[in-house]
Ligand binder design. Sequence first.
Ligand SMILES: [Zn+2]
Length: 182
Amino acid sequence: MMAEAKIVFEGYTSIDANGRSCSTVTLVRDEEIAMIIDPGTLPDQKVLIDALKNEGLSIDDINIVGLTHSHMDHFRNIGMFPKAKVIDYWGWWINDFWKKSDGNISENISIIKTPGHTKDSITFLVKTERGKVAICGDVLWKNDLLHKDPFAEDLKELDKSRKKVLEIADYIIPGHGKMFKT
Ligand SMILES: [Zn+2]
């Protein structure tokens, strides 16, 4: 069985949304895993609750929350999912308990380090029926491969990470836009 990755809320940036900024929010499902990647800021949590309802899920069904990096527009709603453990660059968080991760979440979901936008940036790779989907956070904000990231901590590292992600993936879910084919 393959996993599925689906955008449940399409993000935008303050530059094109008049001061509003929210990450793209992705739902990843793989057997017993129901995972939200980057729960964003959201105009209202109800928007995401309703989107999950359309998928037959409640907030209690989400058992993992993944964070591509620790910027507020990506993580403000981590606490929305009371049953979920959280995984980020540093590893797993189960309530206040921390343990390292080996980069594998399931047979079909893994993590690679993709620094540049921030030092703690990671990309989630998901094997799906249509190919490998990379949920890369702000390695790419949207379908704009030449975009010069004004907030990048290290542009050289970012460039390497972009190349890596584009090489590995068949589809990209960027930090603040729609999914696109590589
Ligand atoms: Zn960011």
